[in-house]
Design a protein around this ligand. Structure first.
Ligand SMILES: Nc1ncnc2c1ncn2[C@@H]1O[C@H](COP(=O)(O)OP(=O)(O)OP(=O)(O)O)[C@@H](O)[C@H]1O
Ligand SMILES: [Mg+2]
Length: 486
């Protein structure tokens, strides 16, 4: 527990504070109690002394009452716990209560407090006197009160009451004892309670410290599991959220790093193939006497074209992904884009005797706000795929529907894509049908097309079945990019 510094500090401070408070209040209480107790005793003795003095005055005038007076003095001695002396002007005792420890005979008539002469003189000159000093007779600190006794207006003696100060202090001593016991008891209780409180208060802090330590070491799978409805609970919850966010950020960083590495590997690979072919052809041309150099030059040209396409695809992709691709938004007549694309791609289709059927576009298509060049690029990517991945003599159909959206469908009866590969066709450099992919296939076409359609505010999906064919569906908002970006 002593290792738990906050807990130790809390207990020490808490216990120290409470003990100091109890001590302060205790001392204050004892002082007030002691002074009040002594004052009260003095007053009551003084009162009793005065009563006796009055009684004595009466007695002097009426000797029949002496007996009852003596009894009363005994009673007062007993009830007030004070020794009562009645002395004459010569300071000789005339009456004395029997509560004294000392023998009456032993005392004689001359044992008045000689060293209290001032006290006695004060009383015999008519003053009510109080003394807390030792008396010569008892030789103990005594509370003594004295009042004069009058007879016909003259002082004939005095009533003296003595009580032991020690007996007065007894209740004070006992109260002090109880107070010390209370302080000790409360100290023990405070230490036990304080320990529980401090440990339960610092336990979550300890857990959080451990969790933070693990997080510093890079382990973000940690959780505090603290459910408290206070500031510590909030802090623990924030730490859990922080750990979760850091874990997400870490896995995102790892994912991006993996993507970067894959990208570099793919790009290098895509560059290496055409470069190797070009290098081979140039070496042959340089080293050997060849009559028909045309075939070599055309090989080189083909690979250079492939490299050019790769570079331009990579540039497109990089511009799209970094948000630097600028769109030229204008009113676009979709039907004329489709005709333009079909016209451009026809020579390629004709090489495989593939027909492109646009008769399905019967409906009038309202113009949309879009980028003519980019929409054309997207349709060329999809159509060139359909041609590339279809056997000769097949048919490709293009349809367009207008509902709440503009939907363009491109359907072929080509080789199709296997179920396993279908989810990955939109990934960069993914080539499902490597055998049939030609030399300038980079696997970037669909990735670029999907990004552009999204930039134009639309969606694209693909359905495909192996050896049956594929269908691309492009959905664009009728209001065009203006509407979606608004
Ligand atoms: N209509 C289709 N029919 C069958 N397979 C297709 C079709 N369209 C795409 N694919 C498959 O998806 C893969 C990815 O297509 P994508 O257009 O991205 O790359 P690519 O055609 O190989 O190269 P390029 O970047 O030159 O277009 C292709 O390699 C092909 O296997
Ligand atoms: Mg392609």
């Amino acid at each position: 527990m002593f290792k738990n510094k906050i807990a130790t500090k809390l207990i020490t401070a808490f216990a120290g504070f409470v003990i100091l408070c109890v001590l302060f209040l205790g001392v204050l209480f004892i002082n007030i109690f002691a002074s009040n107790h002594i004052r009260y005793r003095t007053e009551s003795l003084m009162k009793a002394a005065k009563q006796i003095s009055v009684m004595n005055e009466v007695t002097n005038n009426d000797s029949k009452k002496l007996l009852s007076e003596n009894r009363l003095i005994e009673f007062l001695d007993y009830s007030a716990d004070a020794r009562i002396w009645i002395v004459d002007r010569n300071m000789d005792i005339t009456v004395r209560s029997s509560g004294d420890l000392y023998d009456h005979a032993q005392m004689g008539n001359c044992l008045l407090p000689q060293n209290d002469i001032e006290f006695m003189q004060g009383v015999l000159s008519g003053n009510d006197m109080v003394s807390y000093a030792n008396t010569a007779f008892y030789d103990l600190p005594m509370l003594s009160v004295g009042v004069p006794v009058y007879s016909n207006g003259e002082i004939i003696g005095a009533v003296l009451l003595h009580t032991s100060i020690k007996s007065l202090r007894e209740p004070i001593r006992q109260t002090t004892l109880y107070l010390i016991m209370a302080i000790l008891f409360s100290t023990v209780v405070i230490i036990i309670m304080g320990s529980f409180f401090a440990i339960s208060f610092t336990r979550p802090l300890k857990i959080m410290k451990e969790v933070a330590g693990k997080m510093t070491g890079g382990d973000y799978s940690v959780k505090t599991n603290i459910t408290k409805n206070d500031e510590i609970g909030d802090l623990a919850n924030s730490m859990d959220v922080l750990a979760k966010r850091l874990a997400e950020a870490k896995s995102e960083t790892e994912r991006l790093e993996q993507l970067r590495q894959d990208f570099v590997a793919n790009v290098s690979h895509e560059f290496r193939t055409p470069l190797t072919v070009i290098k081979g052809n140039i070496e042959t041309l340089a080293d050997t006497e060849i009559d028909d150099k045309q075939a070599f030059y055309s090989n080189i040209q083909k690979e250079v074209n492939a490299l050019e396409k790769l570079v331009s695809d990579l540039l497109d992709l990089s511009r799209i992904e970094s948000g630097r691709l600028e769109l030229n938004i204008e009113k676009v007549d979709v039907k004329s884009v489709i005709s333009d694309v079909v016209r451009s791609i026809s020579p390629l289709a004709m090489q495989k005797n593939i027909t492109i059927d646009t008769t399905g576009i019967t409906q009038a298509i309202p113009p949309i706000y879009s980028d003519y060049y980019r929409l054309r690029q997207v349709l060329i990517i999809f159509l060139s795929n359909s041609i590339k991945y279809s056997d000769s003599n097949k048919k490709i159909s293009i349809k367009a529907d207008v509902t709440d959206f503009l939907t363009i469908r491109i359907k072929d009866n080509g080789f199709g894509i296997s179920k396993e590969d279908l989810p990955y066709v939109w990934d960069r450099f993914f080539k499902s049908d490597k055998m049939r992919a030609d030399s300038d296939s980079t696997g970037l076409g669909l990735a670029i097309a999907k990004n552009i359609v999204n930039l134009l505010g639309g969606e694209v999906t693909i359905q495909s079945e192996l050896n049956v064919g594929s269908e691309i569906q492009i959905t664009l908002p009728l209001g065009g990019i203006k509407m979606t970006s608004a």
